[in-house]
Design a protein. Structure first.
Length: 290
């Protein structure tokens, strides 16, 4: 559910977090660490909690690389505070280093698996470009993909309908409380449909109809392979088992599906915009698309 400030556009749309980490994401990953590894700690002396001691020992020897006697001389409360101070003051990439080190050092595989699964849900919710895969943090969203989305949002600003659909697709994907992947995909393909209608001048044409008219009537040289790719994307969202078929139950969609569609449709919009601009088509139609 989007809050008032988000609906009114007062708060900006959350972007995919690559190369940085906001406070919401850092706080959530810290809460995950506490919940899975530190929540049952009750003692005052570090030796009273053997599994925590072993974990802290690994941290001191192999991660912080501090003298071991500095750990042995500290209480659990002070040890906890030292770890917390590091976590909230280190660079964004060191947070990922830290949680990756934890799952590869803690001896209970069951806890580690649950921790990684929960972290991945946090990373998805907060639109991080990274995930746990096989015990390692890996990038699942490249700089090129992010650039495609941002470029499409920028160039489509004069094209009201295109920009509205594209922005809405990102909003639905970025809603941390209740992301709507199904409708995000619908909005992404609708943005492509909107720019194709603009190019052909057919305000009510489907994407398939607009594509057929684009080369012959709009004089846009669209490669057959790209036209086929667009047709296939539209078919995915339009056939009786697809996203747009409102009579059927919602398909089992996830972040990766919606992100793929948003990136792909953004790339197509960027491509079509350049092609149409070169053909002299998109010069006097700002704000006329519906």
């Amino acid at each position: 559910m989007r809050l008032f400030s988000q609906r009114k556009g007062i708060k900006p749309v959350k972007k995919i977090q690559r190369g940085y980490m906001d406070d919401d994401l850092r706080n959530s990953l810290w809460n995950a660490f506490i919940s899975f590894y530190w929540s049952n700690v009750e003692g005052e002396i570090i030796f009273d909690e053997p599994w925590i001691y072993d974990l802290c020992k690994s941290l001191w020897l192999d991660y912080f690389k501090k003298p071991l006697d500095t750990l042995l001389s500290m209480s659990l409360k002070y040890t906890y505070q030292k770890i917390k101070d590091y976590f909230f003051n280190c660079h964004w990439y060191e947070v990922y280093d830290f949680i990756e080190f934890i799952v590869n050092s803690y001896p209970y595989e069951g806890i580690n698996s649950e921790f990684m699964e929960y972290c991945n849900s946090v990373l998805e919710r907060e639109l991080s470009a990274y995930r746990f895969v096989g015990g390692k943090i890996v990038e699942i969203t490249s700089e090129e993909e992010i650039s495609e989305i941002e470029e499409a949002l920028e160039i489509s600003k004069p094209l009201k309908g295109v920009h509205t659909h594209l922005k809405r697709a990102l909003e639905l994907l970025a809603d941390r409380k209740s992301p709507d992947y199904r409708n995000s995909i619908k909005e992404s393909i609708s943005a492509v449909e909107a720019i194709c209608r603009l190019i052909t001048g057919e305000g009510k044409a489907t994407l398939g109809e607009a594509l057929n008219k684009m080369k012959t009537e709009a004089k846009v040289d669209l490669h057959p392979a790209l036209k086929s790719a667009l047709d296939n994307l539209y078919g995915y969202t339009s056939d009786e088992k697809g996203i747009r078929h409102s009579l059927l139950d919602e398909p089992n969609l996830n972040f990766e599906d919606a992100k793929f569609m948003l990136v792909s449709c953004s790339a197509f919009i960027n491509y079509l915009f350049i092609k149409a601009s070169k053909a002299g088509i998109l010069k006097n139609i700002s704000g006329k698309d519906k």
